[in-house]
Design a protein around this ligand. Structure first.
Ligand SMILES: Cc1cc2nc3c(=O)[nH]c(=O)nc-3n(C[C@H](O)[C@H](O)[C@H](O)COP(=O)(O)OP(=O)(O)OC[C@H]3O[C@@H](n4cnc5c(N)ncnc54)[C@H](O)[C@@H]3O)c2cc1C
Length: 384
């Protein structure tokens, strides 16, 4: 199953945006990388499919500026937030960050993984799941099972865990706690929707406590529609809430004239809420495995790309060894780049709204307004 991997210098678990960005960065520097994913590619990923300007900029920095267009989808020049009765449209400035794009993850992630796999230094293996690990030896020891039923063990010199929101290693080394916030989201696709705007749309309001609904037009009357929530208990309960909202609320009127083309799918949005270390001797955590999603509206692709690159760069700077110093440098870089601002945003959003004796929606919306103002100022340089 893993023939030809004995020369591997770094193993990467997961070929989503974080893992592919890490493998590309290392592979281009001449490092032998084993990139593993349990899925066969192309694979689906439950997602809103929205990439903001800074996310597209990350792709450009990786030399993959054209990939989002090649993967299809459409571009928009604004994000529109409806917060209670107010509407704030955040137009993107011109230039490198001048648009947002809605593109199917199946297409985008496949192109990113293939860009990495195209390097002679990157060995990309699909249909291979990491089912266990041991971090106590000289290098991480991984238990691996193929989708054909064979199993294998391998010891790797260094590991980047980019295996997504449910990373087993992150949980088992105690990086996150069971009570840490992990919002749920549900998502589906719609067609035949008239009058869709040329913008990503978010709705925050009293009918969706602690959450938001999105409509991301994807061209020709189609849209990616979904809802994220800090408070939903189960995907089924969240779907019930969303369907009630769409049936009754004016915001859903345009969707009611279209048709849902796929069952709702659920997933977790691992929002960044703390500045704990994202490393253990032998392993760095990138993307959703590091819980690097924005707490305001769940953006994660951009931070997956960026953290994958940062993890790879710190490995390169430290002779491919993940020592406490490598981890400290990685922590410093993600915290400085996006961690500090995101964790303050999280505190703004939730510490104000969660009063201890319950959830205060009006304080949540007040914090969302402040968050949107901050988003507009720092991300696109405008004040709505
Ligand atoms: C409903 C929903 C909507 C979202 N909408 C948006 C949005 O519009 N815009 C945005 O920017 N972000 C959005 N996000 C967040 C975004 O999807 C993630 O932040 C992003 O996919 C993280 O990339 P990643 O590479 O870290 O992980 P992933 O994309 O999850 O990739 C992880 C990979 O690891 C593989 N894997 C997992 N476990 C193992 C294992 N044990 N062994 C081997 N392989 C393994 C998986 O097969 C997968 O390919 C949304 C999330 C959800 C749930």
């Amino acid at each position: 199953m893993l023939d030809g991997t004995s020369s591997c210098q770094v193993a990467v678990i997961g070929a989503g945006p974080a893992g592919s960005a890490a493998a590309l960065t290392l592979g281009r520097a001449g490092v032998h990388v084993l990139l593993m994913d349990r899925a066969r590619f192309p694979r689906d990923k439950t997602c809103g499919d929205g990439i903001t300007g800074p996310g597209l900029h990350q792709l450009e920095l990786l030399g993959l500026g054209g990939v989002a267009e090649q993967a299809g989808g459409v571009s928009h020049r604004a994000i529109r937030f409806t917060i209670g009765d107010e509407v704030a449209e955040v137009p993107y400035a011109d230039g490198a960050r001048g648009m947002v794009r809605v593109v199917r993850r199946r297409e985008l992630d496949d192109r990113l993984a293939q860009a990495a796999a195209g390097l002679p230094t990157v060995h990309f293996v699909t249909g291979v799941e990491v089912t266990g690990f041991d971090l106590d030896g000289p290098g991480p020891r991984l238990h691996v099972r193929s989708d054909e039923g064979t199993t294998e063990e391998l010891t790797v010199p260094a590991l980047i865990d980019a295996s997504g929101a449910l990373s087993r290693i992150a949980r088992e080394v105690g990086m996150f706690h069971r009570r840490d916030p992990l919002p749920l989201a549900v998502q589906s696709y719609w067609t035949g929707v008239p009058g869709l705007r040329d913008a990503l749309e978010f709705h925050f309001g009293p009918a969706l406590p602690g959450g938001y609904l999105w409509i991301f037009p994807s061209g020709g009357g189609t849209a990616n529609v979904g809802c994220g929530s800090f408070w939903a208990q189960t995907p089924k309960a969240l779907v019930g809430e969303v369907e009630r909202f769409l049936a009754e609320h004016e915001f859903g009127a345009q969707l009611r004239r279209g048709r849902r083309t796929r069952a709702w799918r659920g997933g977790f949005i691992p929002v960044l809420h703390d500045l704990r270390s994202r490393g253990r001797p032998g392993v760095l955590f990138a993307g959703d495995a590091g819980r690097f999603c924005d707490p305001l509206f769940g953006e994660g692709i951009r931070y997956a790309l960026e953290s994958g690159v940062l993890a790879a760069e710190e490995l390169l700077r430290h002779d491919l060894r993940i020592t406490p110093e490598t981890i400290a440098c990685y922590d410093e870089r993600w915290q400085e780049s996006f961690g500090d601002s995101m964790s303050s945003l999280f505190r703004l959003l939730l510490s104000r709204a969660d009063t201890g004796s319950g959830f205060d929606q009006s304080r949540y919306l007040e914090a969302v307004r402040a968050g949107v103002r901050e988003f507009a100022r720092t991300m696109v340089g405008v004040s709505p």
